[in-house]
Write a protein that binds this ligand. Structure first.
Ligand code: DQA
Length: 147
């Protein structure tokens, strides 16, 4: 079977991984995580492409690109998770599987992080496993796509 195409999107401030609050988000750079994710995906038959932006509209455009160019999407929307109805609507609009990811356990942190407004449009959410959250999401995506 041909490899499925997955877009991995990271939102605001995730470009600063390794520098940003390492006690919460870990010591690895986003580039390192993405390189390892790419190899892991190959073993699962999933071809990953990576996108990061600090801008809501660019994230929405990337989600729209999933409609025609990808089979699924893994999304860490950063703080937009908690209030972006525009990202919620974009996920609903594409009708392709999106898995929500967080490095930290958003439910064990400040109250404003307990709500994910995008969760209802996602097939599922993985939070709290550090960088492993991305790998767990990719593994789950394989099952979602292969039924
Ligand atoms: C995050 C959690 C969000 O609350 C935060 O704003 C982030 C990162 C995570 O991966 O744990 O930027 O999405």
């Amino acid at each position: 079977m041909a490899d499925k195409k997955i877009l991995v999107i990271n939102g605001p401030n995730l470009n600063l991984l390794s520098v940003r609050e390492p006690g919460i988000y870990g010591n690895q750079t986003l580039e390192t995580i993405n390189q390892n994710l790419e190899s892991y995906g190959k073993g699962l038959g999933l071809r990953c492409t990576f996108f990061q932006s600090n801008c809501e509209g660019e994230i929405i455009d990337a989600i729209h690109s999933v409609l025609r160019e990808y089979d699924g999407c893994i999304l860490n929307a950063g703080a937009y998770t908690h209030y972006s109805y525009a990202i919620l609507d974009a996920i609903k609009a594409i009708g392709k599987p999106v898995i929500e990811v967080h490095l930290s356990n958003i439910h064990a942190r400040e109250e404003f992080r307990h709500t994910s407004v995008i969760a209802p449009a996602c097939v599922g959410s993985i939070a709290g496993f550090g960088k492993n959250s991305y790998f767990l999401a990719l593994s789950a995506m394989k099952d979602v796509l292969n039924g």
